[in-house]
Ligand binder design. Structure first.
Ligand SMILES: Nc1ncnc2c1ncn2[C@@H]1O[C@H](COP(=O)(O)OP(=O)(O)OP(=O)(O)O)[C@@H](O)[C@H]1O
Ligand SMILES: [Mg+2]
Length: 253
């Protein structure tokens, strides 16, 4: 009997995070838009920086748009894990863009109407040349972007649709950081972005008694036979994130 055809690597975006691609089965289906969700301190920025490092090392082009930390602070953060972004920036593989939210104020009308300045495609063209076609786009964070402009009103739905369509048109894999924990148990209260995203990877910092442990879970990923469990994750000093796809949390204690 013929062996099942191995998924072509080109169909997937390999995160290169130890254990994570196995949790997903093969990696993130290329050009998917994925929410990276978790409460503060769960490791979202480190994970995103590590994926950028791994992708640039393989010659992929990445854009990191930050509404939180500035370029210098992100580069310094990456360096603390041994990831040198200077080289990638010199080779024009990486663009890091800090957007001061105070400068965005003028881009939206008082009634919350969307202006062209919020079109991701157009916005990216302000910071990168037309010749720079990214393989990976990171937005850190989508929650800040959405909350500033739309809170939870009707405009949020319209903008989210527009934003996700713009991302699709980029033909890049997108990791959108979300500070809101998804609630799969109560889908009726889920945010629009959780429905629109092709995938959701959730990071946790769980407490059991006086201990805390990190965990990661793939909540959804279109086109992936991903594992359906919370598994252990570590942030290792000087190395970054390590996922243990075979270590289920709450089972080993
Ligand atoms: N050099 C390091 N070595 C080991 N662990 C670290 C190191 N730096 C940070 N951490 C851990 O990572 C956590 C922060 O991770 P990260 O910045 O990715 O969080 P985040 O999810 O992006 O948080 P926020 O939503 O506040 O931006 C810290 O609280 C700490 O526990
Ligand atoms: Mg962060």
């Amino acid at each position: 009997m013929a062996s099942p055809k191995k998924a072509a690597e080109s169909d997937f975006f390999i995160t290169g995070i130890p254990g994570l691609d196995a949790l997903l089965e093969n990696g993130i289906p290329r050009n998917s838009t994925v929410l990276l969700a978790g409460s503060p301190g769960t490791g979202k920025t480190i994970l995103a920086l590590q994926v950028v490092h791994n992708a640039c090392k393989k010659g992929k082009k990445c854009v990191y748009v930050s509404f939180d930390e500035n370029e210098h602070s992100l580069e310094k953060y990456a360096r603390s894990f041994g990831w040198d972004f200077d080289e990638f920036q010199r080779k024009k593989l990486l663009v890091i863009k800090y957007v001061d939210v105070q400068h965005l104020e003028g881009l939206v009308s008082a009634s919350g109407r969307i202006t062209q300045g919020l079109d991701v495609r157009k916005a990216l063209h302000h910071v990168i040349s037309a010749a720079f076609i990214p393989d990976l786009v990171i937005i850190d964070s989508l929650s800040i972007l959405m909350d500033i402009f739309f809170g939870s009103g009707k405009g949020r739905w319209l903008y989210a649709h527009k934003l996700f369509r713009s991302l699709e048109e980029l033909n890049a894999t997108a990791l959108l950081i979300s500070e809101k924990m998804p609630l799969p148990e109560a889908p009726e209260v889920a945010d629009i972005e959780e429905f629109l995203a092709d995938g959701i990877i959730a990071l946790y910092y769980l407490r059991t008694g006086s201990y805390r442990e990190r965990a990661i879970e793939v909540l959804k990923m279109k086109g992936c036979n991903h594992q359906e469990k919370l598994v252990a994750m570590r942030i290792e000093k000087g190395k970054g994130i390590y996922v243990a796809p075979d270590v289920e949390v709450f089972q080993h204690r």
